[in-house]
Write a protein that binds this ligand. Structure first.
Ligand code: NG6
Ligand code: CA
Length: 514
């Protein structure tokens, strides 16, 4: 072989290896919105506001019309996203209170621990809401351990619970950031003293009034769920959260630009209390709920800009999703409902947060990887619970049999490959009742509701106070809003769907085989 052909061969090998390694180990950014519905962004049909950055992500990648989260509240969806297990299989995975211990136990395989096996640097930045600490809950003044670092994350920068719950402090790795030991942080369920100001005793001082619950300790003019004292130097302003997540994410990406990284960007927008930065307040006619969407869109833009600036756009897959569907009044009088106008937060779907109607879990879902994912729209069914198995497959990490038991490898669909299939069936849960579920298979949707109608008050605002039959069957293609129950008309379909739901639950797992 001549020198020239040897050099050419060498160059070819180098080129192929670099293509292979870029393809094998892209950086992964999962951006999870909080309480964002299918219709809340303009690329999914919103007309009352525009989300140019999220739209750009969609136009440069794949926009899924059947993208889901696995539950219609926050904690169970996040539990499932990280573990790849349906949350209803594990007790204690419903909405976590302020002093909840770590819900995902050390040793559990997670997206982060799987990616660590492929040498990723892993971080979670933003809302956690999966508990911290051992059985006694978080030791706010000591080591907040276990937490994300014990389940595969190299670093974390967190809002520990959700911001309508106390305390308003950042957690960096195992510590509350900027905590002054002379002013210890106490968090509890009972009023700490008779004269402790609350949303009830000092209601006229609040900058945003509460509508239900959320009337305990006041911080930054907003009363919360739960009580706390101390930790004053550590407390943040609600208005600054989004900026902080972006700042910390940029730091993380810059520090890890040479290695493959996994960033879970866990936004608090548009969860209550909706208190966007002053520069976003009034940007939409929809009130602070709309303004929070604009703030989140800005965050997405900043992340995309950073990826571009670091020259990583062709080495980075970005997934945009939400943790549950929309809600208007979730405890504060921020006039989301009054200012809604023609905005349809759940798009064509019914229900929303807390609901097993489509609006509870069918949400925006976008994947972008420049040069790898074609731009287009996919109707394949994909769910946040599938990201664990799909990423593991993309980076060639073998899933242990007992891990990620409900997570399917839908990586080909996520990458927009021609003829790739998504998942065949999906169980939709609410916050974790033992009987209420949705099951989607193809065009069909079965709903199974608690026989006691008191439970049904949680099926979503549009349906509140409606008595719902125990079983309902809908054809989603003909009736996306789940208005016409066709269970009497299709008894065979209903029977098969009921059996399938039951089987998927009692089997204890839905991913079988290697
Ligand atoms: C509910 C809260 C709601 C919200 C939700 C959690 C009341 C009356 N309602 O219990 O305001 O905090 O929990 O939302 O307190 S989630 O998106 O984090 O799951
Ligand atoms: Ca949520």
């Amino acid at each position: 072989m001549s020198f020239l052909s040897r050099s050419l061969l060498f160059l070819l090998i180098c080129l192929l290896t670099s293509i292979a390694s870029a393809h094998d180990k892209p950086n992964i950014i999962v951006i999870m919105a909080d309480d964002m519905g299918y219709g809340d962004v303009s690329c999914y049909g919103a007309t009352e506001l525009t989300t140019p950055n999220i739209d750009k992500l969609a136009s440069e990648g794949m926009r899924f019309t059947s993208g889901y989260c696995s539950a219609s509240t926050c904690t169970p969806t996040r539990y499932s996203l990280l573990t790849g297990n349906y949350a209803f299989r594990t007790k204690g995975t419903g909405i976590a209170p302020p002093n909840a211990p770590a819900i995902i136990k050390p040793g559990t395989e997670t997206i982060a621990s799987l990616l660590k096996k492929a040498d990723y640097q892993t971080a979670v930045i933003g809302k956690w809401h999966l508990g911290l600490g051992g059985a006694d809950g978080p030791d706010w003044n000591g080591q907040l351990n276990p937490g994300p670092l014990e389940i595969g994350f190299d670093s974390c920068f967190l809002l520990p619970t959700t911001n309508d719950r106390v305390p308003q402090v950042y957690v960096q790795n195992h510590k509350v950031l900027n905590l002054d030991p002379k002013d210890p942080l106490w968090v509890g369920r009972k009023k700490p003293s008779e004269d402790h100001p609350t949303g009830i005793t000092h209601r006229d001082t609040l900058k945003m009034d509460w509508s239900h619950g959320h009337n305990s300790t006041i911080h930054n003019g907003i009363s919360r769920i739960g009580f706390y004292t101390g930790g004053h130097a550590a407390r943040f302003r609600d208005e600054d959260l989004a900026d902080k997540w972006v700042e910390k994410s940029i730091e993380f990406m810059e520090a890890n630009k040479e290695k493959p990284f996994f960033l879970f960007f866990s936004s608090h927008d548009l969860h209550v209390p909706r208190m966007p930065h002053e520069r976003f307040q009034g940007k939409t006619k929809l009130g602070f709920r709309g303004d929070s969407i604009i703030q989140l869109d800005w965050c997405v833009g900043e992340l995309m800009k950073t990826v571009d600036r670091l020259n990583l756009s062709e080495d980075t897959i970005i997934v945009f999703c939400s943790d549950n569907g929309p809600v208007m009044d979730d405890g504060y009088k921020d006039f989301a409902l009054e200012k809604l106008g023609n905005h349809k937060a759940a798009g064509p779907y019914s229900g929303g947060k807390y609901s097993v109607y489509e609006g509870g879990t069918r949400t925006p879902f976008i994947t972008r990887w420049k040069g790898h994912i074609p731009s287009g729209v996919s109707d394949e069914m994909v769910c946040t619970i599938d990201l664990a198995a799909s990423f593991a497959s993309m980076v060639e990490v073998k899933l242990p049999k007992e891990a990620c038991i409900d997570s399917f490898d839908v990586s080909a669909a996520l990458l927009g490959e021609a003829d790739a299939k998504g998942r065949e069936h999906l169980i939709q849960q609410d916050n974790g009742s033992s009987w209420t579920f949705g099951l989607r298979v193809g065009d069909w949707k079965l709903q199974r509701h608690e026989r006691k109608s008191s439970r049904n008050k949680n099926v979503g605002q549009q349906l509140a106070n409606t008595k719902v039959p125990e079983f309902q069957l809908f054809n989603l293609t003909k009736d996306p809003a789940e208005k016409t129950n066709v269970i009497e008309k299709y008894p065979q379909v209903a029977k098969a769907m009921k059996e399938k739901l039951n089987l998927l639950i009692v089997a204890g797992r839905s991913r079988f085989g290697e």
